[in-house]
Design a protein. Structure first.
Length: 85
């Protein structure tokens, strides 16, 4: 299991468009990706659940990647966050 924290820099947070792009990115991997904020956690493939978390700019989230390709997936997903969110 790989875990990293990320503070959202996008001015509007994780809303519909970036959430959709994030789900598309995560679908590339066999690993399960969970995003947590405070006491809430969701499967990152669940678009509506992800948007329902209300993640805004300057919120810090925890991303957990678990599965066969977790090393590659965690590194690439973290890079995706830095470039897009």
């Amino acid at each position: 299991m790989k875990t990293f924290e990320y503070t959202i820099t996008d001015p509007v947070g994780i809303h519909a468009r970036p959430a959709g792009i994030l789900v598309k990115e995560i679908k590339k991997y066999a690993s399960t990706v969970t995003i947590s904020k405070g006491d809430k956690s969701v499967n990152a493939l669940k678009l509506m659940a992800l948007m329902g978390m209300g993640i805004k700019q300057n919120d810090t989230i925890t991303v957990t990647v678990e599965g066969a390709d977790e090393d590659t997936a965690a590194a690439e997903i973290e890079a995706f966050f830095k470039n897009n969110l």
